[in-house]
Every structure is written in C-alpha cells, then in structure tokens.
Design a protein around this ligand. Structure first.
Ligand SMILES: [Zn+2]
Ligand SMILES: [Zn+2]
Ligand SMILES: [Zn+2]
Ligand SMILES: [Zn+2]
Length: 244
C-alpha cells in the first residue's frame, strides 16, 4: 500500500499516466524518488515537442503487450513468487532451476529489484509506439502505411516468444557456444529452429540485454529485442522515440 508521505500527485508525473497499477508505481517511486521527472522528460529533435507520457505502467508483461493471447497452460507465476515464468516449464522445481542460472538481481521475484528491472526492460525493449500505429503520436501521414507494413511483416516473420525446456543431450548454447548439461532448463526460440540457449545467454545481439519475458525478433538468423530489431530497419527519433 502507499505510504502516507507519497502523495498521489507525486505518483502521476505525466499526463496520460493511468494509476492502473499503484503497487508497481509505488515501487518505481521508491527506487527512483524525485528523479522520475528528469528521466522522463526529453525534447523531441524532430518536432521540438516535449515527450509526454513516458510510460511507467507496463501492464501485464510482454505477452499482453504484444497482443498475444494469454498462455493458460503455463504455471501461475505469482503463486510461485515470480512476476513471470516462461512458457514450457511444468513444475516449481524447473522454475527454480531456470532462475538459479540468472544473476539474482535479474530474477523477477515479486517485490524485488529484479521485478522492477523486468518492467524497465519491457518498456525499453518493447516500445509501445513500435507495436501499434495508434500508439504513435508524431508519425507523419506520408509514412503511416509503410509503418503499418513494417508492423505486419514483423509480427508475421520476426517477432515471437521463446519457450523454456530441458536441454536434449549434446546441446550447445548458441549464445556462448558452450555445452548445456542434458536436462538443464534452457531456452528455445521457435523462429530459430533447433537452436538452444542458456537462460542467461538469451540476449539481444545489439544491446546484449536479457530478452524480457523471452520476447525476441529474428533478423538474418540473429535474435534482437524489438527495439533494436526495429532500428535495423527504420531510423528512430531520439526525442519522441518513434521509428518511421
Ligand atoms: Zn516530437
Ligand atoms: Zn550460453
Ligand atoms: Zn536490444
Ligand atoms: Zn520525434
């Protein structure tokens, strides 16, 4: 719950910010304090506007952000104490094994810094304005249809979510090229065929960040976060953070 010294206006520094998840917002405020305003404001190079609504609330993870149906076959992450568990795992033991291979501060345990790091990654790796034309505020009329084509093509051929599974015998990680212990929980990416990764090696080729919620895009047989996939194909404005 909110403590008494946090006023609601402190929690709502940007127009358009909904208080959909006060708990998450509260965690942000605790971690960033007064710096929230400063990290959010940046003027747009192209149109000189001030970026508004740098989003804090990142909904319920990569799947829903990408408009994919919820995976009801999966384990219930929250009941296991995590904000997210990958699809493909079938027991608490596998989940613990999966997370035991990541640095502690990267593990999205409920109420931990790792949970906040995950939310930051969602906002950074999966920019809302990359995902739907309706989320773009500054795009010019003349490039709207090519942007829509980019979205459709990306969703059709590049974007997907990885799955965790025990490694078959003689597996070699595509990230670090070391072998993976047989039956060790690992990551596979359906758009990358038989390739397999250590959970800690499933990273964007450009920024080397862990791919949040295992969301990845493929470009020329390499994996990227959506942000950096988009930037391989389109320039991004440093101010409003939109590609066009
Ligand atoms: Zn602008
Ligand atoms: Zn590896
Ligand atoms: Zn990246
Ligand atoms: Zn701009």
């Amino acid at each position: 719950m909110l403590s008494n010294n946090v006023k609601e206006q402190d929690l709502n520094p940007w127009p358009g910010l909904t208080l959909a998840c006060v708990r998450i917002l509260h965690l942000y405020t605790k971690v960033f304090g007064q710096d929230l305003q400063q990290i959010a404001r940046k003027n747009c190079n192209k149109c000189k506007c001030v970026r508004e609504g740098h989003e804090v609330v990142v909904e319920h993870g990569a799947r829903s952000r990408l408009g994919l149906a919820n995976n009801h076959d999966g384990l219930d992450a929250r009941s296991l104490g995590y904000a997210f568990v990958p699809a493909g795992l079938t027991s608490a033991r596998q989940v613990d094994q999966y997370y035991s291979t990541l640095p502690t501060h990267e593990v999205p345990k409920l109420g931990s810094k790792g949970e906040i790091a995950r939310l930051q990654r969602i906002a950074k790796q999966l920019p809302k304005q990359d995902l739907a034309l309706s989320a773009c505020k500054f795009i010019e009329e003349s490039v709207k249809s090519s942007f829509q084509d980019f979205i459709s093509a990306r969703n059709e051929i590049a974007l997907d979510i990885g799955i965790a599974k025990p490694a078959p015998p003689n597996s070699v990680c595509d990230g670090c090229n070391r072998s993976i212990i047989t039956q060790q929980v690992s990551v596979v990416a359906p758009r990358m065929g038989k390739l397999i990764w250590h959970p800690a090696c499933f990273r964007c080729t450009t920024c080397d960040d862990l791919l949040v919620d295992l969301a990845y895009c493929v470009y020329e047989d390499k994996i990227y976060c959506e942000r950096h996939y988009a930037e391989l194909l389109k320039p991004r404005c440093e101010g409003c953070d939109e590609v066009s």
